[in-house]
Design a protein around this ligand. Structure first.
Ligand code: ADA
Length: 564
């Protein structure tokens, strides 16, 4: 699940494998107490996986029950790395807890007698006006237990979390580091433990701590001669927190990201983002891509020469973000709030769920140095008071829990957007040359946009072109540059990249998109084959002509910047 070992001492195992499952489209399972008496005709399905990749389930978006028996004893924590979307969890016939939100982890704990225990999960993936995502999005609603389920057993004290905060010196050569460690004591009495914290091989803390029930320890120290985390060189430090019988290992990197005038600066150097939007999706696996497919995507991205990825439109697996950390590739992480119109934006459940999704994303991904951007939402009604109010709430909240990264949202209504002053930089989704106008109309659009931003008083903020692209059906090559052909896509990117990468007002690009994705079958005229076909590679990662054209342009740009 991660690129490195998280625990050496902790007793932990995965429940991945075949589980019993039963479909509950009529929603009778709770009444019939399936959490106690699981249907006896239940068949098997794999976890982690999306049910939709099985025969006959492609459009399934309703309730499934899952069951798995396992042996454990003591203080047991069951961690679900992601369940899409609404999970109710029962253990040995009793309700344990519930969680809403499909792309972040959650856990429940219980003291168990030695023996076989029965875990039942009711997964509801239906959508309505209160769900994030809404029912209509431009991707496929895959559902199920999409990431691993992990069981850990503790005798006494557990290391629950570790967060590494730091402040770099002006010269970026040293850092004042604060490591916050959360401990939980499962014993019914106060307990004493020797706690140590190492950064790489250097011991920065070793002390006896006393824990009642829960304790947070802050370890402060100055780290000198820092190897900075940079583009293309993901210099990482390993932080190991341990007691006599538990441990937590994580990696972080030291870097400074900020906005100055119209530029985005990493470690005091202005950067030009050369990125793609990527859905963590594959038609045979849905969201539950096996690790090797994620590794292969990273191979393809490196070969393409990107320096950034936007995890459109939901938090990605930690494994993928770990790879971005290790490769020195910037990552934009966002919650799946996509395309909300103003009517849905002041619903209290939507606001509460959105805030909670931000809280979970920030807390779980905090230590990743590659994440430089928290994305608040994508293409919502930011031209309305409701859009303003929710954006303001999100920005204020996220800044209050993490003030070390940049905040933005992607707008598809740049000329009438009312929320731009709330964010650190402006992100523009625009499809000139596809849904509107011709490729040659981009110049006119850009100059209108810049004038309008000046008039709105936000002309001094950096601008990132967060989405632009055109559809191309893999294999459709012509002598002409007609729409839906690979040749038209090449023409489009040659024109737009030439324009954006040479424009000093533009701080970066995220092409739409890395790979073709399965999409909304109802939009058949816009989504040929029921896929969004704007990928540089198709859904099986076969390269289109545009892949090579973009690779060449990114390489030239890198050379140009190296020479400067
Ligand atoms: C939007 C949206 C993407 C995708 C894209 C497209 O900008 O954010 O998810 O739907 O348009 O292909 O039209």
């Amino acid at each position: 699940m991660r690129l490195f070992t998280e625990h050496i001492k902790r007793k932990t195992f995965l429940l991945d494998g075949l589980w019993d499952y039963a479909i509950d489209e009529k929603d009778i399972g709770e009444e019939k107490q399936w959490f106690r008496h699981f249907p006896c005709n239940a068949e098997k399905t794999a976890v982690p996986a999306c049910i939709n990749t099985r025969f006959g389930y492609i459009n399934f978006q309703s309730i499934i029950w899952y069951k798995k028996d396992f042996y454990a004893e003591g203080n047991v924590v069951i961690k679900f790395n992601a369940v899409t979307e609404f999970a109710k969890v029962y253990l040995d016939g009793e309700y344990l807890g519930e969680h809403y939100g499909g792309f972040t982890a959650f856990e429940f704990e219980k003291k168990l007698k030695p023996g076989i225990h029965s875990l039942v999960v009711r997964v509801d993936s239906s959508s309505n006006e209160d769900t994030i995502p809404l029912w209509e999005v431009d991707w496929h609603h895959y559902c199920g237990i999409i990431r691993s389920v992990e069981v850990s057993c503790f005798n006494d004290v557990a290391i629950k979390a570790m967060r590494a905060e730091y402040e770099l010196s002006d010269e970026l050569t040293s850092a004042e580091v604060k490591i916050y460690v959360k401990l939980k004591n499962y014993l019914p009495f106060r307990c004493t433990k020797l706690l140590s914290v190492n950064i790489d091989n250097e011991k920065v803390y070793s002390n006896t701590v006393e824990i009642d029930e829960e304790e947070e320890i802050c370890v402060s120290f100055v780290l000198k001669n820092i190897r900075l985390w940079e583009l293309d060189s993901g210099n990482l430090y390993t932080i190991t927190v341990q007691t006599d019988n538990d441990d937590l290992i994580d990696k972080t990197g030291f870097r400074k990201i900020e906005v100055k005038g119209k530029g985005i600066y990493l470690n005091n150097k202005r950067i030009s983002i050369m990125g793609v939007n990527r859905h963590e999706e594959h038609p045979d696996w849905g969201f539950a891509m096996p690790p090797q497919l994620n590794v292969k995507d990273m191979d393809i991205l490196k070969n393409l020469g990107v320096n950034a990825v936007r995890g459109s439109h939901y938090p990605n697996t930690q494994l993928f973000v770990d790879m971005c950390d290790a490769e020195g590739i910037l990552f934009w992480s966002e919650i799946p709030m996509w395309g909300f119109e103003k009517e849905s934006l002041d619903r209290s459940l939507v606001i509460a769920r959105g805030l909670n999704m931000h809280a979970e994303m920030v807390n779980q991904y905090y230590n990743h140095p590659s994440i430089i951007i928290w994305g608040m939402h994508n293409e919502i009604a930011t031209d309305s008071p409701q859009g303003y109010s929710i954006t303001e709430k999100f920005v204020k909240y996220v800044k209050s829990i993490d003030n070390s990264r940049l905040i933005t949202y992607a707008t598809n209504r740049i000329l009438k957007d009312d929320c731009l002053k709330l964010v650190d930089f402006i992100s523009v989704n625009q499809y000139v040359g596809w849904y509107e106008g011709d490729i040659e109309d981009w110049e006119g659009f850009m100059s209108n946009m810049k004038n309008s931003l000046k008039e709105k008083g936000v002309g001094d903020k950096p601008i990132v072109m967060s989405e632009f692209g055109v559809g191309a059906i893999f294999g459709n090559k012509n002598f002409e540059e007609l729409r839906w052909s690979e040749n038209y896509q090449v023409k489009f990117y040659k024109h737009t990249l030439d324009l954006f990468l040479n424009d000093n007002d533009i701080s970066g690009v995220y092409l739409w998109q890395f790979a073709d994705i399965r999409s909304n079958a109802k939009w058949s005229l816009l989504r040929a084959r029921s896929f969004n076909n704007k990928g540089l590679v198709n859904e099986y990662r076969q390269p289109k002509l545009s892949y090579y054209a973009v690779k060449e342009m990114f390489e030239n740009e890198r050379d140009k910047r190296r020479r400067c």
